[in-house]
Design a protein around this ligand. Structure first.
Ligand code: GTR
Length: 329
């Protein structure tokens, strides 16, 4: 009697342990890659995305965001998707372009007339086409964040014209579109990881770099580089991507949760971005950075012809560019 009672109890314990294991196996914690500091607009928006999917899927999925490039530099992180090493991330269109060339077309210099134009392009059918182009790299783009506009900052000499850029060693992210854009302007493009730029500016390995105001500020590069030339050569969108492996395993209901969470997080990012741009400009000004307005951007725009010749070659790329230009007109 007592033995059978014990057996019974043991089986009940085993059964409940199995149930715990089963539900633990179903709850999936997704690893999120992020390049930026935790209080950056995109970082806050990614955290919001992670919290919303946890709530919306009642804990079946949750996400942890690893900030500050803890999981490696951007190129490495993109590659990790193929091996399911990273499950979601915010990647620059320019970096994705090395893998899926369509992404280069939305990362071309001066391709958008305004930020509103960029959002209209990405939030519509073109955004879906770009997401499809990422499928081979095991990614689905669920929403688009803004990366603002990238401009040059330099240590020793102020850049006031294309002439002033000739021969300067300018750090760029490690991706073709950035290299090509900066080389077309006559500078020596030096690809370096984001985290290496501060010391490289300080030690004179490079003469400058290029980025939007929030990145120029959050990295504290302004402590070394005191000239900021607002030529706005690149307006590069950023994609909130999830692994296609994860996406393919979601129920239709959970896909809706993920997509809605991504879109809501993009709205958060875009409004935080506007605030952060203004706040960053203030920090930079207080630190004594000279803002150099570029009255006439035409010489910068004209210099980009070789970049278009190089990247807009296939019929698909030409059609994409034409569709971007026709959007919102
Ligand atoms: C940031 C952007 C990153 C990366 C970085 C860099 O503005 O959000 O994706 O491109 O610049 O310069 O490496």
């Amino acid at each position: 009697m007592s033995i059978s009672w014990r057996l019974g109890r043991a089986s009940i314990l085993a059964l409940s342990a199995a149930l715990v294991v089963t539900s633990a196996a179903q709850a999936r914690e997704l690893r999120g890659w992020n390049l930026h500091v935790p209080d950056y607009p995109g970082s806050i928006a990614m955290e919001e995305f992670a919290a919303t999917i946890a709530e919306g899927t009642e804990g079946r999925y949750s996400g942890s965001v690893f900030h500050n490039g803890q999981l490696g530099d951007q190129r490495f992180a993109i590659e990790q998707f193929a091996f399911d090493g990273i499950d979601f991330a915010v990647f620059s269109g320019g970096s994705l372009g090395d893998f899926a060339p369509a992404l280069n077309i939305v990362s071309m210099p001066y391709v958008f007339r305004s930020q509103e134009h960029m959002f209209e392009v990405l939030d519509g059918e073109i955004g879906e086409r770009l997401s499809d182009a990422l499928a081979d790299h095991n990614m689905v783009a669920l929403a688009w964040y803004t990366g603002g506009s990238r401009s040059f900052y330099t240590v020793r000499t102020a850049v006031r014209s294309v002439d002033d850029l000739q021969g300067l060693r300018i750090r760029v992210p490690d991706a073709d579109i950035f290299v090509a854009t900066v080389e077309a302007l006559g500078a020596n493009a030096t690809p370096l990881a984001f985290g290496e730029v501060y010391t490289s500016l300080q030690t004179g390995v490079i003469d400058g770099a290029e980025n939007n105001a929030p990145s120029f500020e959050s990295t504290r590069h302004y402590e070394v580089a005191k000239y900021y030339t607002l030529d706005e050569h690149l307006m590069v969108p950023e994609a909130l991507v999830v692994s296609k492996t994860v996406w393919d395993g979601l129920s239709p209901e959970d896909r809706t949760v993920f997509r809605d969470a991504a879109r809501a997080s993009a709205q958060t990012q875009r409004s935080l971005w506007a605030e952060r741009e203004a706040a960053s400009a203030e920090v930079l000004q207080e630190a004594g950075v000279e803002f150099i307005e570029v009255e006439d951007k035409q010489p910068f725009i004209d210099a980009m012809a070789p970049v278009y010749e190089r990247f807009v070659t296939s019929e698909e790329a030409q059609a994409l560019l034409a569709d971007i230009q026709a959007t919102g007109n």
